[in-house]
Design a protein around this ligand. Structure first.
Ligand SMILES: Cc1cc2nc3c(=O)[nH]c(=O)nc-3n(C[C@H](O)[C@H](O)[C@H](O)COP(=O)(O)OP(=O)(O)OC[C@H]3O[C@@H](n4cnc5c(N)ncnc54)[C@H](O)[C@@H]3O)c2cc1C
Length: 464
C-alpha cells in the first residue's frame, strides 16, 4: 500500500486507531483456523462514518478490506489473504438499545455475544444464539458467518434473530436493510443475504436483533454410553419425542478423554460417548427425566440430571471445553463442521471413523448432534500433512452423498473455498459470483473468501 494511502486512511479514524506496527499486525494475521497472512494496515473504526471513509478510500484505491470480529472463525474468514486492511470492530462494542417493549436489541458489531445475552437477561429477555465460543465471539462475526451453536435445535441459528442491518457498502455508502417491524416482505430479503456472507458483500456496522422472553426454567441431562451407536440411537429417539430440547450435543470417546484430561470433566473413564441436552420449558425437569428414560432404554450406562443453575453451568462448561481440550491432543487439529440429516448420523459417524482408519489419522468427533452438525477433528503433527487434503475431500464427498453439507455453521472462508464446487453446482455458483460483483464490483471485500481466488487452504479436491 502506498504511503499516501496509509496517511489518508490514518486520518479516517480517531488518533491512535490505526497502525502499521509489525508486532501488532502479527496479532491480526490469523483466526482460529491458524492460517497466517499479514495485513499491511490495521484500523479500529469507532463509528459508521469512519468505516464509510475507510471504504471510500479502499474502493478508490482497490485496497482489500478484511472485517474482523473476535477472530474465532474456523474457516480463515478473517485472515487477510491479500494483505490490505484489517478492520477490527473491537472499539464498536456498544449495546445501543434494549427495546424491551418490542423485544429487540440494537448493537454495534463488536458486542460480545455472551455480553449481549447477559445484558438482555437483566430485562427478562433472551437472545438464543449460543455458539460454544459466545464468551469471546462478536455479533458482527456471528451474523457474517450465520453462526449456529448449542441451542439451534429449538431456536434456530443467528439468522433467525437478525431483523435489520446497517451496512457500509464497498464504495463507502451506508445503508439499512430490513425493517423495525416484526414482519416485512418488501422486496428481496437483503438482510438474510448478508447473514452468512462472510464479509464479502458489505461491512455490518449495526444490527437490530430479535429477542424472546427468558425461559422460565432450565434443566440439563448428561448421559453416558458404551458405544457411539447407542448414543446416536438415543439422539434419534429424543428427536422423535414431541418436546424439543434446546440443544442436543454429542461427544465421542476421544473427545471425552481430552475433556477429562484438560478440562477436568466429570465423565466416567472409558466411556465411549456422551450426550448432553437442556430443556427450558416450565416442565423442564419433567422433560429431562423423560429424555433420561429414553437414554436408559437406548442403553445409557449413566444419566446425570440437574436443575441447579451452577451445576448446569458446570456441565455446559464441559461442552464448551471440547474445542480447546481437543486442540491440545495434537500439534495440529484440522476442524471440519459437516452437517447431515440427523437420521443419517449413525452411518455418517461410522463413515468418518472409517476414513480416519484408512488414512491412518486419528479423528475426534463432537458437536450439535440434534442438528446433524458434527465437528470432525482430524489430528496430525504438521500443518502440511499430505494426508489431510485427501482425508477432507473423502469426508466431504461422503457427507454430500448423505444429502449433507460441507459446512453446517463455520462458513467457507478461505480454507474450504477449494471444495465449494463439490456442493454448489456451476449455475448456483455463478449466481453467487454475480451477486458478489453487484455488491462489490472491484472485489475489495474479503477477497479470497468463499470463491477462493486467493485461497491458501488445502490444495482442494482432485477432481470435481
Ligand atoms: C472454541 C470455539 C468454539 C466455537 N463454537 C462455535 C459454535 O458452537 N457455533 C458456531 O457457529 N461457530 C463456532 N465457532 C466458530 C466461530 O466462533 C464463529 O464462526 C463466530 O461466528 C465467529 O465470530 P468472530 O467474532 O470471532 O468473527 P471473526 O472470526 O473475526 O470473523 C468471521 C467472519 O465474519 C466476518 N466479519 C466479522 N465482523 C464483520 C462485520 N462487522 N461485517 C462484516 N463481516 C464481518 C469476517 O470477515 C469473517 O469472514 C467456534 C470457534 C471456537 C474457537
Amino acid at each position: 500500500m502506498e504511503a499516501s494511502i496509509i496517511r489518508e486512511l490514518e486520518t479516517a479514524v480517531a488518533a491512535g486507531r490505526a497502525t502499521t506496527d509489525p508486532a501488532t499486525l502479527a496479532l491480526y494475521s490469523y483466526d482460529a483456523a491458524a492460517e497466517t497472512r499479514w495485513p499491511e494496515m490495521l484500523l479500529w473504526p469507532g463509528n459508521e462514518e469512519e468505516v464509510s471513509a475507510i471504504l471510500r478510500t479502499a474502493s478508490r484505491e482497490r485496497v482489500p478490506v478484511y472485517a474482523r470480529g473476535a477472530a474465532t472463525g474456523r474457516a480463515g474468514g478473517a485472515t487477510p489473504d491479500l494483505g490490505g486492511i484489517v478492520l477490527s470492530f473491537e472499539k464498536m462494542d456498544r449495546i445501543v438499545e434494549i427495546d424491551a417493549a418490542n423485544r429487540q436489541a440494537v448493537v454495534e458489531p463488536g458486542v460480545r455475544t455472551g455480553a449481549l445475552k447477559k445484558a438482555v437477561a437483566l430485562h427478562g429477555l433472551f437472545y438464543p444464539p449460543d455458539p460454544a465460543s459466545s464468551d469471546f465471539t462478536t455479533i458482527g462475526g456471528n451474523i457474517a458467518t450465520g453462526a449456529g451453536g448449542l441451542a439451534c435445535l429449538k431456536y434456530g441459528t443467528t439468522k433467525d434473530y437478525v431483523q435489520q442491518l446497517r451496512v457500509v457498502l464497498a464504495d463507502g455508502e451506508v445503508t439499512t436493510f430490513g425493517s423495525k417491524a416484526q414482519k416485512s416482505v418488501t422486496g428481496y430479503d437483503l438482510v438474510h443475504l448478508l447473514v452468512g456472507s462472510e464479509g464479502t458483500l458489505g461491512v455490518i456496522v449495526q444490527a437490530r436483533l430479535r429477542l424472546l422472553p427468558a425461559p422460565e426454567k432450565r434443566a440439563t441431562l448428561l448421559a453416558e454410553f458404551g458405544s457411539v451407536e447407542t448414543a446416536v440411537e438415543a439422539v434419534l429417539r429424543i428427536l422423535a419425542h414431541p418436546h424439543v430440547p434446546c440443544g442436543l450435543e454429542f461427544a465421542d470417546r476421544g473427545t471425552i478423554e481430552c475433556a477429562r484430561r484438560h478440562a477436568g470433566a466429570d465423565v466416567t473413564e472409558g466411556c465411549a460417548a456422551v450426550i448432553l441436552l437442556q430443556a427450558d420449558t416450565a416442565e423442564a425437569e419433567a422433560d429431562v427425566r423423560a429424555f433420561g428414560r429414553i437414554c436408559a432404554a437406548a442403553g445409557s450406562t449413566r444419566v446425570l440430571y440437574s436443575a441447579d443453575p451452577e451445576e448446569q453451568e458446570a456441565l455446559w462448561a464441559v461442552r464448551r471445553a471440547f474445542s480447546p481440550a481437543t486442540q491440545k491432543a495434537a500439534k495440529v487439529k484440522v476442524s471440519e463442521d459437516i452437517g447431515v440429516p440427523a437420521a443419517r448420523l449413525r452411518e455418517t459417524l461410522a463413515g468418518i471413523y472409517d476414513i480416519g482408519r484408512r488414512h491412518d489419522r486419528r479423528i475426534l468427533c463432537y458437536g450439535h448432534a440434534g442438528d446433524g452438525n458434527i465437528h470432525v477433528n482430524i489430528l496430525t503433527d504438521r500443518r502440511d500433512d499430505p494426508a489431510i487434503p485427501a482425508t477432507v475431500e473423502e469426508l466431504f464427498r461422503m457427507v454430500l452423498g448423505m444429502g449433507g453439507t460441507i459446512s453446517g455453521e463455520h462458513g467457507i472462508g478461505s480454507l474450504k473455498a477449494p471444495y465449494i464446487g463439490l456442493e454448489i453446482g456451476p449455475r448456483e455458483l455463478e449466481l453467487m459470483r454475480r451477486v458478489k460483483e453487484v455488491f462489490d464490483p472491484h472485489g475489495i471485500l474479503n477477497p479470497g473468501k468463499i470463491f477462493g481466488t486467493a485461497s491458501r487452504g488445502h490444495s482442494g479436491p482432485s477432481s470435481r
